[in-house]
Design a protein around this ligand. Structure first.
Ligand code: GUN
Length: 297
């Protein structure tokens, strides 16, 4: 069996085209979705991610602004900026790019973002809402994976899902989201003994560890769907995922490549969350505005 490739660039293009209409509809009502990105320090990977995010916003007609701080900036200064962005009606989404320099308390910054602007879905209210099954903003990477499965018509309900990696950004929310879709979910992590005994049972295997070749062909059930969230730079400069792609593609039914798999979907779902947030703000504002007009008229 040779797996079908799930093309993240292609699906991202389709999703963006669908959501562009909604940006146009908002703009026709005088609302431009706005995203603010807060970045602290000079982590090179973060700089690249933020560049991708701001370019994607520009392509979609979404206003974006970058608030950049040196690594030694006082935490309070960043908190003050977040407070100003919370109060700014032109901004519908705020994200703090992670990781932060070591002396920052990430949780304090994430909790400072207003729940209704937390387009990354990382603050505790949104995490809790996800657990309760009623998300405000689904975290972008697992939301992108779910979207890829749905666009590829891969059934989720009743499937055995194994998630490799239990991070707050990917593994844990991924498990919650697929459980909500009635999958039977198992989360494995760094301390899991004999990882293969779990992965071999997966109908859908989601791998988000950040280490090349964590998943090899003997660990994968024939016909499984394999989603590789990892992005690793090899010493020779090549970009690879966490899965031994060439070997596993001969065994799986579907597989995502790296690059060109989950990566483009993460940015796309950030755009989706920002547009959805702008729509919610517009829905709150417009009835109030029309009441004022009615009273005046
Ligand atoms: N760092 C790695 N992935 C992400 C992400 O999805 N959002 C933010 N804010 N930081 C990240």
């Amino acid at each position: 069996m040779t797996a079908k490739i799930i093309d993240g660039n292609e699906i991202a293009k389709r999703v963006r085209a669908e959501w562009k209409h909604r940006v146009d509809a908002l703009q026709a009502r005088g609302v431009q979705p706005g995203l603010a990105v807060v970045i602290v320090g000079d982590n090179p990977a973060s700089q690249v991610y933020v560049r991708h995010k701001t370019k994607a916003c520009a392509d979609m007609g979404i206003h974006s602004e970058k608030h950049e701080f040196p690594a030694d900036a006082p935490e309070q200064k960043v908190l003050d900026t977040i407070a100003r962005l919370n109060a700014n009606p032109a901004i519908h989404g705020i994200l703090v790019q992670l990781p932060l320099p070591a002396h920052f308390e990430s949780r304090r910054l994430l909790e400072a973002i207003a729940v209704e602007k937390d387009v990354d879905g990382f603050n505790l209210y949104n995490v809790g809402a996800l657990v309760a099954g009623d998300t405000v903003f689904p975290p972008c990477t697992p939301f992108g994976v779910q979207c890829m499965l749905e666009y590829s018509n891969i059934p989720i309900s009743g499937q055995n899902v194994v998630v490799v990696g239990a991070s707050n950004i990917v593994g844990k929310p991924m498990a919650m989201m697929l459980m909500k879709k009635d999958a039977t979910v198992c989360i494995t992590h760094i301390k899991t003994r004999d990882l293969a005994q779990f992965t071999i049972l997966a109908d859908i295997l989601v791998v988000a560890v950040g280490k090349p070749n964590v998943i090899t062909a003997p660990m994968v059930k024939t016909g499984a769907v394999v989603i590789d969230v990892g992005i690793n730079r090899l010493p020779d400069g090549r970009l690879v995922g966490d899965v031994d792609f060439e070997a596993v593609r001969e065994k799986a039914s579907y597989i995502t490549p790296v690059p060109g798999g989950v990566g483009p979907m993460t940015v796309t779902m950030l755009l989706v969350n920002t547009i959805q947030s702008a729509e919610r703000f517009a829905a709150i504002q417009m009835p109030a505005a029309s009441k004022v007009a009615a009273a005046a008229g």
